[in-house]
Design a protein around this ligand. Structure first.
Ligand code: 9D3
Length: 260
């Protein structure tokens, strides 16, 4: 097994991360030794009776900012001498960040250590960002109350890319998400349920016809729901949808047969 990815989270709400680390693929990645996740409470690095982590912005304006001292002191304590390298990142989750993508998840999955700073209030004193941040990431154009859920989205998306975490039954997804077509609709048994029928072509045994139907469904869905994807890759409609269907995962060399 490759050296585990070491994820540290700087947050005012460390308890939120227990739901993440206690479930599903992230839990499995941790159990397999591919990932460690530690949430550090920034309030432990305050010194006043009320454990104050925020203060008012110089120059005025609405809301409060996260004070710089707890962030600097947490870094002094947890990773003295921190400096950015190709495999050590400090990611500040912020609405001002670059939009998160599968490509970015793949890049981060190559790292050895990732520190995630979860913003709260109106944001973080810029000096902490300037000193430490190697990346600033947003997960989309909607307003959340803080960076914790975005940090969990990032961890989840990176965890499933770590070697040995997913069985390779799902490995083809690695190659086909970003900039590709949307998935076709899928069905399982029973062939008829409450009068609702599975499209007959899927029961026909005609694999060429099934492939053609799926392709046409993918194209139609992408056209109506995500025309931006087609605009990015106008040749996608005619080329083969997937690079690989069967065999060995290009990432982890596991066979596609078994999941454990
Ligand atoms: C008055 C201005 N505020 C509302 C637009 C700014 C604001 C500050 C902090 C809005 C949200 C937040 C808290 N959000 C995050 O820290 C955050 C976030 C998000 O809200 N959406 C998508 N990605 C991210 S990453 C961090």
């Amino acid at each position: 097994m490759k050296q585990a990815l070491d994820v540290r989270v700087l947050t005012l709400f460390p308890g939120m991360f227990e739901t993440l680390t206690g479930h599903s693929i992230v839990k499995r990645a941790i159990e397999k030794g591919a990932l460690t996740v530690r949430a550090h409470d920034l309030r432990e690095y305050t010194h006043d009776r009320h454990r104050t982590a925020d203060d008012r912005p110089f120059g005025g304006g609405p809301g409060m900012l996260m004070k710089p001292e707890p962030i600097f002191e947490a870094m002094d304590d947890l990773m003295p001498g921190f400096r950015k390298t190709k495999t050590r990142r400090f990611v500040y989750l912020t609405p001002q960040g670059e939009p998160y993508t599968q490509r970015k998840a793949e890049e981060l999955a190559q790292c050895r250590q990732i520190v995630l700073l979860c913003g709260h209030y109106e944001g973080v004193d810029q000096r902490a960002v300037d000193r430490y941040a190697t990346d600033e990431i947003s997960i989309g154009d909607y307003v959340l109350t803080g960076g914790e859920l975005p940090a969990m989205v990032l961890i989840d998306s990176v965890a499933r890319l770590l070697p040995g975490t997913l069985g390779c039954a799902q490995s083809k997804e690695f190659e086909s998400f970003s900039g590709d077509l949307l998935e076709y609709p899928q069905y399982t048994r029973p062939a008829e349920y409450r009068g609702l029928k599975v499209p007959p072509v899927l029961l026909s045994g005609n694999h060429q016809a099934i492939e053609a139907w799926r392709r046409q469904q993918s194209l139609e869905r992408t056209r109506t729901r995500r025309p931006d994807l087609l605009a990015k890759a106008p040749d996608r409609g005619v080329k083969a949808k997937r690079g690989k269907e069967k065999g060995t995962c290009i990432r982890c060399s596991e066979s596609s047969k078994k999941n454990k």
